[in-house]
Design a binder for this molecule. Structure first.
Ligand code: C2E
Ligand code: MG
Ligand code: MG
Length: 433
């Protein structure tokens, strides 16, 4: 029998057994608890002391469990370091938690193997028939999800709830959908103009991604980008797609010839990966984008996540003449002293301060301080989230260099935006100051 068949055979036996147990509990109107117990450091022990020692620990652990469980309870090994523990006819959910805690308590004492004292920890996920599932496969999946949830939040034991699904499975499914979306052309890039408030002229466009999924509907980048960031491979696939699409649109629009810059958002995860420098430089040379035409937007928090590595990467961009901009400025906690060390040339005031400016004196003072501070450090200051003429006028009076927001234009496909601008790339609207 091949290994695959052996695994399949074992799993079929386990599911058959669980199925029978469920059926008999169902017939008696009883509840069944399924515990999935995972031993944390078994692999560490196996690679350090050998399979034999690992197997002896498993054997002793099973003996300890048998010592505290009832005769009707069953233990089946379902993975390298996983056991399914079936507790038929449990009185209520509390009893199952009690049993789980007893099992965890069994690991307080070390295992003594060949004169060595070895300790392992475990985590447990619990699901109940009929509460969480009625068939053995789904019940096992739900108990396993509860286990994953326990592992990700750092608890020893978790019982399945819908939030286990939302927090553990939904992001995995979303990542799969997102990967397919890139392949099947569901992503679109839109562009939002940035206007120089003193010259009343479009000076840049920010590229923003849009995803309308046939099954999930309109998805916000604030939801799918953090999910994509969890997989280096997916992030790199997405980044290559965005950079190529955006630079092609930009060059084909001819905006570069009118002195309109292209701003691209860089995800936090990329600032921890030196490969991004090559990816961007290569894409620029493919499409003929000059460094002085490109602005890379990074957030304070993404830099602070890996300050040393980010600084190294940012310096490389600065060295070749690409402009670096701090996005959502004011929402993070970076100190001025630290910001001074970064090779940035632009600050974007977070939209929360800009939209609140007309009604809140505090917000207005924050915006004014950021403008003054930016100018003291010779930084260009951009206000995002300009939603009305009054805010725009006020920003111009306050000395802000550049404005961006729904009042000027919503993010729009490049071909539409091109018609919106004058031939010479100037902005049609005048600010009535
Ligand atoms: P961001 O870079 O700060 O982008 C500005 C966000 O504000 C955009 O949301 C934009 O549609 C929205 N916005 C523009 N004007 C206004 C306004 O007047 N009022 C209000 N309330 N909002 C306005 P969006 O497109 O949903 O993007 C959200 C965030 O997702 C972006 O924040 C950026 O961090 C990220 N993102 C978007 N597209 C991309 C992309 O292609 N790559 C990467 N890495 N991140 C992206
Ligand atoms: Mg941005
Ligand atoms: Mg922003």
């Amino acid at each position: 029998m091949s290994t695959n068949l052996a695994i399949h055979h074992e799993r079929t036996l386990y599911l058959d057994e669980l199925g029978k147990s469920i059926a008999s509990c169902g017939a008696d109107n009883k509840r069944l608890a399924l515990l999935i117990v995972n031993i944390d450091q078994l692999w560490d022990i196996t690679i350090t002391y050998g399979y034999k020692v690992g197997d002896m620990i498993l054997g002793q652990f099973v003996e300890r469990m048998e010592g505290i469980l009832r005769d009707a309870d069953r233990i089946v090994q379902i993975g390298e370091s996983d056991f399914a523990v079936m507790l038929p006819a449990v009185m209520n959910q509390g009893h199952a938690t009690l049993a789980a805690n007893k099992i965890l308590g069994l690991l307080d004492e070390p295992f003594i193997i060949e004169d060595q004292y070895l300790n392992v920890d475990a985590k447990i996920g619990i699901a109940f028939f009929p509460d969480h599932a009625e068939d053995p496969e789904l019940l096992t999946q739900r108990a396993a999800l509860a286990l994953r949830h326990a592992q990700s939040i750092g608890n020893l034991c978790e019982t399945y709830t819908f939030s286990c699904y939302e927090e553990e499975s939904a992001p995995i499914m979303l990542a799969h959908e997102f990967r397919n979306a890139i392949k099947s052309d569901e992503l679109k890039m839109v562009y939002q103009p940035q206007v120089n408030l003193q010259e009343e002229k479009v000076c840049g466009v920010e590229a923003l991604v849009r995803w309308t999924s046939p099954t999930l509907g309109v998805m916000s980048p604030e939801i799918f980008i953090p999910v994509a960031e969890k997989s280096r491979d997916l992030m790199s696939f997405f980044t290559t797609w965005t950079l190529n699409t955006t630079m092609r649109h930009y060059i084909e629009s001819g905006m570069h010839a009118n002195g309109v810059k292209l701003s691209v958002n860089l995800s936090a995860a990329l600032l921890n990966d030196a490969e991004i420098v090559d990816t961007i430089l290569t894409t620029m040379s493919i499409w003929g984008v000059e460094p002085e035409n490109l602005v890379l937007e990074v957030t304070e928090s993404s830099i602070m996540a890996h300050p040393e590595k980010s600084l190294h990467i940012l310096k490389k961009f600065d060295d070749v003449g690409i402009t670096l901009s701090i996005d959502d400025f004011g929402t993070g906690y970076s100190s001025l002293a630290y910001l001074r060390k970064l090779p940035v040339k632009e600050l974007k005031i977070d939209k929360s301060f800009v939209t609140g400016m007309l009604n809140s004196n505090d917000d207005r003072k924050i915006v004014q301080s950021i403008i003054d501070m930016s100018h003291n450090f010779d930084l260009l200051v951009v206000a995002e989230g300009v939603e009305d003429m009054e805010t725009l006028k006020l920003l111009a009076q306050m000395g802000c260099d550049v404005g961006q927001g729904y009042f000027i234009s919503k993010p729009t496909p490049m071909d539409v935006l091109k018609h919106w601008m004058n031939e010479d790339g100037s902005w049609k609207m005048t600010i009535q100051t």
